[in-house]
Design a protein around this ligand. Structure first.
Ligand code: FEO
Ligand code: CA
Ligand code: CA
Ligand code: CA
Length: 657
């Protein structure tokens, strides 16, 4: 893989080359070096993960092709590999539910790739579907709302005759009309779906249907709302913002709302602030302006010289009521401003709600938010603004196998005027800098962080960090030049998610376990198809079993496409992974999401046909005219289309059993 950004995915990939975290906080490597001596390193990994290194009866059973009896998954494993289309384990159906450009709101036109417009796109399904959540209607697992984030756009695959647009050429091929289509292709969608005769379909002209774009009015709420640092020329109140951007993963609240996480917001801004500008330090820490898109050429609010506070209005968790298409989404500033991957809530035993979050950049942090108020299932409406008051914490992983959640509270510790914090608004706007000062642990790009509702254990997907230098190896973050990623398990005491001290362990070190220098660790029962690299999204099914979706298994490095793997977290097979679904070439796997009955799985196939250079069989830049795949339509003239895939078992049974 080249370090020269070629495609938008590469721009995303290498965005974290910006050395945003210049703090002196110890890396995980420092911590673990203290916890385990060098010679004991591998021993420590084994002890911490409880993964056996010897080939026991389970491995022998696996080698003979028989299934180990103790596993919680019952499906026949899919073969890993890469080609132009998707594949699912035998006995399952995987069908496209909705594609980029399909109509969402009533009256929207059908997709016509040769005649796109912002007006049409703002009513059609957006690009690069990422987070997916299912909200039952009347408790049904066969009728509900599906909400989907549209994270970003690939101009070279979306538009005829445009090709890859680069910053060094000042995005010369981009027009205002194309930029406006891009802005309309971002955001989110709400669709109503129903299962009839065993097949899911989108309900056309649903009253719930909604598109959220960069033009959707949203409200700032919580401690930063109305702060002067959020005031712009078009919003003197500092409380009204147009749209959300780069919405990656997210979460579902127990009161039935959708949390949508603004991730790489910095990439949409251009311009230059002087070093003496009051926001200069703040913007440097977030990599603003990222200059990934031409938006600032045509819209002043994405030009930081002209609208220097607009970038403070992005990078938040957005709460949306999917059942009310007229509702105003709220950016919940109490949860902090960073490159939010996700926001996954769990109701604590005492009724407080705890939201786990990752800041997806190399050497950035894992956070949680604990509400001040309590959730009453009998009165979900009372939870409407629960996320406006509470405490934001950042994680520090210690050498003794414990971890501390450190509060980001104005006036406590270093979060004082001497360090540039005048109020809690400053703390949340510059959450990263506040976390630096508290000594948070620098992680290998934390993506999804999700609690298992059955066991209370919390799993963080650390996708990769090839910039971690030698000397930082250790059990919790054990590899330098970590191209493969790993999974950290966090264990609250007695299931108390409000506790300040947890224990932590490593569940998996990803990559090919047969290549010694990769240093991967899966259970020895994991097959040649079962290992994966670059964990990104995850989900728990109705049985509390862990499913991991990947982003980065390109054909050149791993010989396999991204996809979905089922991972054992308990018992003697803990650490065993099994391949279930694979994406078409170039795509990453997003979602995943199960219906409450566990019989339907929704998957998001993001940027199919991207990364043409990384698939040796194609070996060149993939474009609208010459894409590496035309999944899922496979029709001349129709480019690849990010799509939601719905997976069911042919016999109608629960997925994975
Ligand atoms: Fe949008 Fe961190 O993946
Ligand atoms: Ca992600
Ligand atoms: Ca998830
Ligand atoms: Ca990713």
């Amino acid at each position: 893989m080249t370090d020269d950004p070629v495609t938008r995915a590469h721009a995303m990939e290498f965005s974290d080359d910006v050395p945003a975290n210049a703090s002196a906080n110890p890396t995980m490597g420092d911590v673990i070096a203290a916890r385990f001596g060098r010679r004991d390193l591998m021993k420590g990994i084994m002890a911490a993960t409880a993964i056996g290194a010897t080939l026991g009866p389970l491995a022998l059973a696996s080698a003979r092709g028989t299934r180990a009896a103790a596993g919680s998954f019952g499906f026949t494993e899919l073969e890993a590999g890469v080609d132009a289309t998707h594949h699912v384990a035998p006995g399952y159906r995987a069908e496209v539910l909705i594609r980029w450009g399909d109509p969402v709101v009533a009256g929207a036109p059908e997709f016509d790739p040769a005649a796109q417009s912002a007006e049409a796109q703002s009513r059609q399904f957006g690009y690069n579907n990422d987070f997916v959540a299912y909200f039952p209607i009347d408790g049904s697992s066969e009728h509900g709302l599906l909400v989907v984030n549209h994270e970003y756009t690939n101009e070279e695959l979306m538009f005829p005759g445009v090709g890859v647009q680069k910053k060094k050429d000042d995005f010369a091929g981009m027009t205002k009309a194309l930029v406006d289509i891009e802005m309309a292709a971002h955001g989110g969608s709400v669709i109503e779906i129903r299962k009839e005769n065993g097949r899911w379909r989108v309900v056309r002209d649903s009253p719930y249907a909604r598109r959220l774009t960069l033009q959707t009015p949203m409200e700032m709420s919580g401690p930063a709302a109305g702060h002067p640092r959020l005031v712009t020329s078009y919003d003197p109140t500092g409380r009204r913002v147009l749209g959300m951007v780069n919405n990656c993963a997210g979460g579902k609240t127990p009161w039935g709302t959708w949390l949508s996480a603004e991730e790489n917001f910095h990439g949409y801004f251009r311009g230059e602030l002087g070093e003496d500008h009051p926001e200069a330090r703040n913007y440097r820490r977030y990599g603003v302006p990222g200059n990934w898109y031409a938006w600032g050429k045509f819209h002043d609010r994405f030009h930081i010289d002209r609208e220097p506070n607009e970038a403070n209005r992005f990078g938040w968790i957005v709460e949306i009521d999917p059942f009310d298409p007229a509702s105003t989404p709220k950016k919940r500033t109490a949860l902090g401003r960073f490159k939010h991957e996700c926001a996954t809530p769990i109701v604590n035993a005492d009724g407080r709600v705890v939201v786990y979050m990752g800041d997806d950049q190399r050497f950035d942090y894992i956070y949680k938010f604990v509400t001040a108020g309590r959730f009453d299932p009998a009165d979900p409406a009372a939870a409407r603004d629960l996320l406006d008051e509470g405490t934001l914490y950042v994680a520090r992983f210690d050498a003794d196998g414990t971890m501390e959640w450190m509060p980001l509270v104005f006036g406590r510790g270093p979060l004082t005027p001497e360090n540039g914090f005048e109020s809690q608004a400053d703390v949340v706007i510059e959450a990263r800098r506040a976390a630096d000062l508290l000594g948070a642990t620098k992680m290998d790009r934390p993506e999804d962080v999700e609690p298992n509702p059955k066991t209370g254990r919390v799993y963080a997907m650390c996708t990769k960090n090839k910039k971690r230098k030698k000397g930082d190896e250790n059990p919790a973050n054990p590899r330098s030049e970590n191209r493969w990623g790993h999974v950290v398990e966090m264990i609250p005491p007695d299931g108390d998610h409000t506790a300040s001290t947890y224990r932590w362990e490593i569940l998996l070190l990803c990559g090919d376990p047969t290549i010694a220098e990769v240093g991967a660790r899966f259970s020895s029962a994991t097959s040649k198809d079962g290992w994966f690299a670059n964990p990104d999204n995850c989900a728990f099914d109705a049985e509390g079993r862990l499913w991991i979706a990947t982003d980065g298994n390109n054909a050149r490095f791993t010989g396999r496409a991204d996809g979905l793997w089922a991972v054992e977290t308990e018992g003697e097979l803990r650490g065993t992974s099994r391949h279930f679904f694979r994406c078409p070439a170039g795509a990453e796997m997003c979602g995943p999401e199960f219906t409450p009955d566990g019989r339907t799985l929704f998957l998001a196939v993001q940027h199919p046909g991207d990364d043409g250079e990384e698939w040796p069989e194609f070996g060149r830049t993939s474009t609208f005219e010459d894409p590496s795949t035309r999944w899922p339509d496979f029709r001349d003239g129709v480019p690849p289309r990010p799509s939601i895939v719905v997976v069911t078992k042919e016999d109608g049974g629960p997925i994975g059993s």
